[in-house]
Design a protein around this ligand. Structure first.
Ligand SMILES: Nc1ncnc2c1ncn2[C@@H]1O[C@H](COP(=O)(O)OP(=O)(O)OP(=O)(O)O)[C@@H](O)[C@H]1O
Ligand SMILES: [Mg+2]
Length: 273
């Protein structure tokens, strides 16, 4: 990979590759990178998603909000092919990925940080990172500049490099989960509730890391319940209820409208500072 230009952040941190037309507009234009149209998902006998329409613009952070059980995690899992959509379409860079297998979707450039973080407790931080890097057999195969950048984002990863991941604190495990997702350039990062269960000081660290990821041009689809965290990161927002997207628009609009927050998210006045 080429050297960073004028910052500590590797070029093409997560944004679409230079060859992709979307890359040129990732800050200014925000061309659609991922689109769900009329997506239905059944889990066994249960009909969970009832026609989800969602667009994720390149180079932006899209927040997916909604009450418990609204279908946010199911939407991320459906994008990753972990649940198969029973109707509708998921398109990534203009290609229909609805029926693709999960490894193929991952290969296409989508990283997923699930709510349970998906890290290996018995392995060291280093081993967890090596496993996340496609094709890397050891840590030397991880791009050194990218690794330095990750260590700047999350110094604890450097400090605990040879420690078993199971011994990390909850916040550090979450940092490892995000580090794994960005160990290689990805076009899109899906993250499920990264602030969940974390102490306020760790949430601030996490917020700052996501802000740096954003500044590097990453495209992120972030599920959150913590509205004060969400409002500081989101460019656009989609709110789900009962397996559908019931509101979409700029985050600033929702952040400024407490009545709308109350209606869509059940937030009471003053619940978010
Ligand atoms: N494996 C499953 N089997 C049956 N129902 C499920 C399963 N997983 C999720 N559901 C149901 O699907 C609905 C949506 O769940 P989902 O986990 O997508 O919601 P969510 O918006 O992520 O909620 P939360 O904020 O609590 O994480 C819920 O009613 C849930 O009970
Ligand atoms: Mg969930």
């Amino acid at each position: 990979m080429s050297a960073a230009s004028g910052s500590a952040v590797p070029e093409n941190a997560n944004a679409p590759g230079a060859a992709n037309a979307a890359a040129a507009g990732h800050r200014a234009g925000g061309a659609t990178l991922l689109a769900l149209a009329g997506v239905h998902t059944h889990i066994g006998a249960y009909h969970i998603l009832h026609g989800v329409d969602l667009e994720v613009p390149a180079g932006r952070t899209t927040l997916l909000l909604g009450r418990n059980g609204a279908g946010k995690t199911t939407t991320l899992r459906t994008i990753m092919g972990l649940w198969k959509a029973s109707a509708g379409q998921v398109r990534f860079e203009g290609h229909d990925i609805t029926k693709r297998a999960t490894p193929e979707i991952s290969q296409a450039g989508i990283a997923y940080v699930p709510e349970n973080m998906g890290i290996f407790a018995d392995l060291t931080v280093r081993e967890n990172m090596v496993l996340a890097a496609r094709g890397a057999r050891d840590a030397d195969a991880i791009d050194a500049e990218r690794l330095r950048w990750i260590f700047e984002l999350f110094p604890a990863m450097k400090k605990f490099w040879d420690h078993p991941a199971g011994l990390l604190s909850g916040g550090q495990k979450q940092m490892l989960a995000v580090s794994r997702a960005i160990v290689e350039p990805r076009k899109l990062i899906l993250v499920d509730e990264p602030s969940k269960g974390l102490a306020p000081s760790i949430i601030r660290n996490m917020l700052s890391a996501f802000q740096q990821l954003k500044a590097a041009g990453a495209t992120i689809l972030l599920v959150e319940q913590n509205f004060s965290f969400a409002r500081q990161l989101g460019d656009t927002v989609a709110v789900m209820d009962d397996g559908r997207v019931v509101h979409r628009g700029p985050m600033a609009e929702l952040a400024d409208d407490e009545a709308l927050q109350g209606r869509l998210l059940g937030l009471s006045l003053g619940a978010h500072q």
